[in-house]
Design a binder for this molecule. Structure first.
Ligand code: NIG
Ligand code: FE
Length: 402
């Protein structure tokens, strides 16, 4: 049995409800076969561990390894030209209606082989890993044919074999209406979204089903058809909701017991209450808010009051959030959305794990969970959200591969 003790750490265990950050000075973590057997004060280490091989980290800070719970890192091309257009005054919606936006990334993604998609995504994945990420969610949604959606999901799964990272894949064929189905959303759902979901599920490529509920994408009624099908297959759902307007998407997602609703700038009290009842996580995406120069803030106070768990993620994508840094995301979540550094850090660990249905496995450092830690050259956990453009990661520990 592989046993190991990690000592010489200040532990930010990120367990809920106790001291801030779940902070323990002079801590030890005992690991057995990749799972945490003990985490707490070194002096309280149970008997029998003193002879286990150990690693001393010289007083550095240990947190749960990061979880990026909302990304689109598999895609073709880039949208720097659109960035220029927006700087000349065009809005995200105007660019999308002019044939740019998501649909232009669809053309670029359809042109690439699975190998080329993997090669293109690796530098983005490596940037995330370099900042302590050990779990990343990757969406499809730029293929929009059955074959191209499957190609994206296969590429996403391969990334998890090429790097020491857990990949959770999300089926997002209901991301945009491809030009060949203009004005025919229901036909697109019948011909592509539902059969593609069956095919991807049959191949074991789907961990969750997502959609984009918005005026430029799918209506709540259309999304309900997609979610009904996911329910039949037993797949959990999540939704890009209330990003540009309030269509009641979060309420719809909550009515299907969604793992999360994401973006949420235009979420109202009704939507907050529905999410609280369903236990859905609010995934805030400050990179998209920043890139689109959005001014409507997500209702953070209402989410707090209702006890809705709040996660943060990069939303790494070529259009609305070309951001491959979860550390910068923490900073933006605090500066733009006024999250506390503790909320932001919980949002990239404990609550991000919950948004992926992994709350029992990762996201905090406590007995029974996987031993996935990030060791940082910082003194206080608030430093992780406070600095801009600085990466203090010393080491990632992922299971037995310390
Ligand atoms: O999460 N909101 C819709 N989907 C993506 C944007 C994707 C794109 O613009 O390519 C998002 O922001
Ligand atoms: Fe997104």
């Amino acid at each position: 049995m592989a046993r190991q003790i990690i000592t010489g750490i200040r532990l930010a265990a990120m367990t809920a409800g106790g001291v801030p950050y779940g902070l323990v000075e002079d801590a030890a973590v005992a690991v057995e076969d990749g799972r945490i057997a003990f985490a707490g004060e070194r002096a309280a280490l149970p008997q029998g561990w003193s002879d286990a091989p150990g690693q001393d980290f010289g007083g550095r800070l240990a947190t749960p390894a990061f979880v990026d719970c909302h990304t689109h890192i598999v895609h073709g091309g880039h949208r720097a030209r659109e960035f220029e257009m927006r700087l000349q005054g065009a809005s995200y919606e105007e660019v999308a209606r002019a044939g740019g936006g998501i649909v232009s990334t669809v053309s670029a993604t359809r042109e690439l082989s699975e190998d080329a998609l993997v090669a293109g995504a690796l530098p983005r994945l490596d940037a995330l890993i370099a900042e302590g990420v050990a779990t990343v969610e990757i969406k499809s949604g730029y293929g929009l044919t059955v074959a191209d959606e499957l190609k994206m999901l296969r590429a996403a799964r391969r990334l998890g074999l090429l790097r020491p990272v857990r990949v959770k894949t999300t089926y997002l064929a209901a991301h945009a209406l491809p030009p060949e189905y203009k004005g025919q959303a229901n036909a697109y759902i019948d011909d592509v979204v539902l059969p593609g979901m069956d095919a991807a599920h049959e191949e074991g490529l789907v961990d969750a089903v997502d959609g984009f509920c918005e005026g430029i994408a799918f209506s709540p009624d259309e999304m309900a058809r997609v979610f009904d099908h996911a329910d039949k297959l037993g797949l959990p759902v999540k939704l890009h909701a209330e990003q540009l307007s309030n269509l009641g998407g979060a309420r719809l997602a909550a009515s299907h017991g969604a793992l999360s609703a994401d973006h949420l700038e235009y979420l109202d009290e009704d939507g907050v209450a529905a999410m609280a009842r369903a236990g859905s996580v609010a995934v805030l995406l400050p990179g998209a808010f920043y890139t689109l120069r959005e001014t409507q803030l997500p209702p953070v106070d209402a989410l707090r009051r209702a006890g809705v768990p709040i996660a943060v993620a990069t939303d790494c994508n070529p259009g609305s959030s070309p951001l491959a840094s979860l550390l910068l995301t923490l900073n933006m979540a605090c500066t733009l959305f006024r999250l506390t550094p503790e909320e932001a850090l919980a949002g990239a660990t404990r609550e991000a794990a919950r948004a992926l249905g992994l709350a029992g496995e990762i996201g905090t450092i406590e007995p029974g969970k996987r031993a996935e830690l990030a060791i940082w050259d910082v003194e206080h956990p608030a430093e992780l959200a406070y600095r801009i453009g600085f990466n203090p990661l010393h080491r990632r520990i992922v299971g037995d591969a310390a």
